[in-house]
Design a protein around this ligand. Structure first.
Ligand code: DAH
Length: 369
């Protein structure tokens, strides 16, 4: 029992010195475990005379309590240290900027432009570009639409004064092109057949609602050779819509139609499913008109300086914005041209995801939108 004081001092010192929970537990076991120093002393009590036994038993109990208290205090300190350390290493700095974001977006119309060029490019088409301000010969007359032709009325044309110093003369004035079809004539003027071009670009009509804006985009297509037929037209446009919508199969149909610059003329529909909230291309029992097309009218070939007895071909015209609305589910055309950066962030594309037939057109799986 004389050792009791020094044992206590020793144990309390060890407890205070325990650097972590594991060594604290070792100190506890060494004192109070089954074979611990204090436990051994307890066991030794039996050998003492009755008087001393009571005295020593009390002392040992006090010691036991003191040790337990000291261990509990030390444990709390150590546990707090562990927690604080964890908090320090796992700290979240809420003032850091959010995930890095790609700067800038490609407008859906530019994306669709790239996609269309990639598809027809692979089919061997060249890209032709022409002026937005067009004379009436190229925009109308040469396309078998002479003055007073009723089809001119369908186009709500913007006319520009030919000469600011002279009285306005509708027949002489320039127009901002109402369609890209004038590029058929400009191409024929500059190129001998065989011809295979697409002409994407801006077009203008005085019209404004959810599906019409005064400025919009079209792609014109023109193929001329000696034996080009309507079957080529059908195959070419079928391949185009499949590639464009990135589907293996799409139901298509060609409806007879009328355009002054083609004979016969047709409109191409693709199969789709229309619900109140959604339009799903490629399946279902509904039809959606997507483009106009036909065999180039002999008068148009003549106007372009090509002999219609030797050459024939087909043409088509597609609305690019409409394709963008369809493919990317954008409901209102007017929003395309409002320059709202939030809209562009939502519907735009990552700048370096170029469209290609081998690398993917829209790359929708990637972090592009
Ligand atoms: N130019 C027509 C339009 O703007 C579209 C069009 C239809 C172009 C048939 C064509 C064609 O080349 O063959 O509505």
């Amino acid at each position: 029992m004389e050792d009791l004081e020094s044992l206590k001092t020793q144990i309390l010192q060890n407890i205070a010195a325990a650097a972590d929970l594991k060594s604290l537990d070792e100190v506890r076991v060494a004192a109070m475990g089954k074979k611990g120093a204090v436990t051994e002393m307890m066991k030794g009590l039996g050998a003492l005379p009755q008087e001393q036994k009571i005295e020593a038993g009390k002392k040992l109990n006090v010691l036991k309590n003191e040790i337990e208290q000291a261990v509990a205090n030390r444990r709390e300190i150590l546990e707090n240290e562990v927690l604080n350390q964890k908090l320090a290493t796992e700290i979240v700095d809420v003032t850091l900027p959010i995930r890095p974001e790609i700067q800038g977006r490609v407008h859906p119309v530019s994306k669709i432009y790239e996609e269309v060029v990639a598809i027809f490019g692979q089919m061997g088409f060249d890209v032709a570009e022409g002026p937005d301000i067009e004379d009436q010969f190229h925009n109308f007359n040469a396309l078998n639409m002479p003055p007073n032709h009723p089809a001119r009325q369908m186009q709500d044309t913007f006319y520009l004064p030919h000469d600011a110093n002279e009285p306005f003369d509708m027949d002489k004035s320039y127009v901002i092109r109402t369609h890209t079809s004038g590029m058929q004539i400009r191409t024929m003027e500059n190129k001998k057949p065989p011809i295979r071009i697409i002409a994407p670009g801006r077009t203008y009509r005085s019209d404004y609602d959810a599906t019409h804006t005064p400025m919009f985009h079209q792609v014109e297509g023109l193929v001329i050779d000696k034996t080009t037929t309507m079957a080529h037209l059908k195959g070419c446009l079928y391949d185009f819509v499949k590639a464009f919508f990135e589907l293996d199969e799409i139901p298509v149909r060609y409806r007879p139609s009328y355009f002054p610059f083609t004979e016969p003329s047709a409109e191409m529909d693709i199969g789709c499913l229309k619900t109140k909230t959604e339009l799903k291309v490629g399946a279902g029992s509904d039809w959606l008109e997507i483009l106009g097309c036909g065999m180039v009218h002999p008068n148009v070939l003549k106007a372009g300086g090509i002999d219609p007895d030797e050459y024939q071909g087909f043409a088509f015209g597609v609305g690019l914005d409409r394709l963008a609305m369809l493919k990317y589910g954008i409901p209102d055309l007017r929003t395309f041209f409002e320059s709202d950066v939030r809209w562009l962030k939502n519907y735009g594309f990552a700048p370096l995801d170029f469209s290609s037939m081998t690398g993917g057109l829209s790359n929708n799986g990637g972090q592009t939108r």
